[in-house]
Design a protein around this ligand. Sequence first.
Ligand code: SF4
Length: 203
Amino acid sequence: MSCIISNKFQVRLERCDIAACEAMCCYDGAYLEPDDEVRIQAAMANYPEFFRQVPENPVVSENWRGFGAGRKTARRPWRYRRVIPAHFTSTRCVFAEDNGYCSLESAARAHGLHPWTFKPTACFLFPMPGNDSRKGPIPPGKDPHDLGPDYPGYATIVDCGKHRPEGRPWREVLREELEVIETPIDHYFAMWEASIDRQATSA
Ligand code: SF4
């Protein structure tokens, strides 16, 4: 049976509890924009203590089910305590810490930076699609990664992207994400680069 959703449909969300969801949205890693790779490399070069678990080549080239070749974060095997969707693999992004937090975000927070200074765009905008985030999260029945019974979707299936009738309007839940669309993360990264340059000059 097809699911008909009107254009006026408003997705309602709940923030996920990472201890419960185990960062399931990170199971396959994340596809990157060119600037993302620059920001990741900068974080690893300046704060290596946060990336001891990360392999030497944490970014790889892949073409997910023919959607198009791209650079993405690599994955590592991971055993989930919870039941995960049958079409997800038992893996997680190499930047995910054992507790599910993102090491790129941990490095930024520990240094008093905007928490997403080094994080891939697709990750900090999620569950809004990176290429059309102003429209908000994907309504049920419209998941672009719903490929049928073999792979019935992604963003509308994980805890933080799933529509919940009892949840809050997505614009409330994703207020910080919407702010970073207005003030792009490049702004925060440039501020950080300038501070690093100043430290190097005064050393
Ligand atoms: S980069 Fe961070 S947020 Fe993105 S998939 Fe990897 S662990 Fe998750």
